[in-house]
Design a protein around this ligand. Sequence first.
Ligand code: CP
Ligand code: NVA
Length: 311
Amino acid sequence: MKHVLSVLDLVEELPRLIELTSRIKENPRGYSSALVGKSVALIFEKHSTRTRVSLEVAVSSMGGHPLYLPKEQLQLGRGEPIEDTARVLSGMVDAIAYRAYSHETMLRLALNSDVPVINALDDEEHPLQALADVYTIQELKGRVRGLKVAFVGDGNNVMVSLMLAVTSLGGDFWAAIPEGYDPPEEKVAIAEELASSAGGSVRIVRDPVEAVRDADVVYTDVWISMGQEAEREKRLRDFAPYRVDEKLVSHAKEDFIFMHCLPAHRGEEVTPGVIDGPHSVVWRQAWNRLHTAKAVLARLLAPGLVGAPFE
Ligand code: CP
Ligand code: NVA
């Protein structure tokens, strides 16, 4: 069974998924029956706007049936093991998307599921976001290869998935991360390997100006991810020099684009002048979550129409 738990599960697929997304975006009606007869369970332990709505609309607009299942309304929320939940759902639905606090729970679900499990964000990665991110870069810049993509902020789930996606496509990925918030070393090592075979590079630095200088893309994410609320005061202090403001982005290329996975906290990780300014592409990026979600679901559940996944 092929699951989508990490960008690494999609690396081989990324160029084809980007291409399929373009086709679906141009001609959504051509895919309106792709998932007829298919049901997809969407289990959420945490809040979501984009991921939930994009998956729900992706499934229903391709003729399938999405089931939005907040954890607290499942027996899972009353202590039923995730393994038992996986076994039961495997006999009833065709795929499970799961937003979890812990990657370990994600793995336990996948290990016990006979249908594909899609990571809808956990503490380690956010692969659906990264796919929409590289798709958006490709759509606006025509390529990822050779572009400087600068991430400023926390070495978190979104940063790790973006790093893996950009390096696998031959981009030059720079991240400015404060001390104590680096991404896991093993993920950086994998990104270095991906970069060396795809012709890109990866650099983790402390200085935001160094990362953003001559960047084609400037990207940030929240300083306090879901589940880290108790660390709020310390994080606000530690990340203050990493705010993406007009002064910082003045070091980027003239035609840079600003990206953010959203939700954003204006005045924390980004100023209104940047996120609401002329270089920001965050709405397009968010809307592309729908088209890219459709591409992933079609590859997993409609191989007759779009080709078998992970060939
Ligand atoms: N970017 C993203 O995943 O947003 P949601 O938390 O609203 O799904
Ligand atoms: N890093 C953020 C992303 C939200 C989409 C979080 O995990 O809360």
